[in-house]
Ligand binder design. Structure first.
Ligand code: SF4
Length: 80
């Protein structure tokens, strides 16, 4: 596991092929994940700053807690 810098932003990504739709991620990161009527996650599209420690921690809980390893944290908006 690497160290994530506190600059920039991230989004949660879900692999829909792996996802089983039980919605555990919504319980772990409700501020980042809604669920649809079938229990599948609807991930917040707006990037979240890494400086939002609470949201980052929730995202990490969701990634670790996903029973299908369908979630990942992806850095977005990096400057070259
Ligand atoms: S916890 Fe993982 S498998 Fe379950 S709904 Fe969320 S992304 Fe899908």
């Amino acid at each position: 596991m690497g160290v994530i810098r506190r600059t920039g932003s991230f989004v949660l990504k879900v692999n829909p092929i792996l996802c089983d739709g039980f919605g555990h991620c919504h319980e772990l990161a409700p501020e980042l994940v809604d669920i649809d009527e079938w229990g599948y996650p609807i991930i917040k599209k707006d990037p979240t700053p890494f400086g939002n420690v609470r949201a980052l921690q929730s995202a990490r809980y969701a990634v670790r807690g996903c029973p299908r390893q369908a979630l990942s944290i992806e850095r977005v908006g990096d400057q070259p």
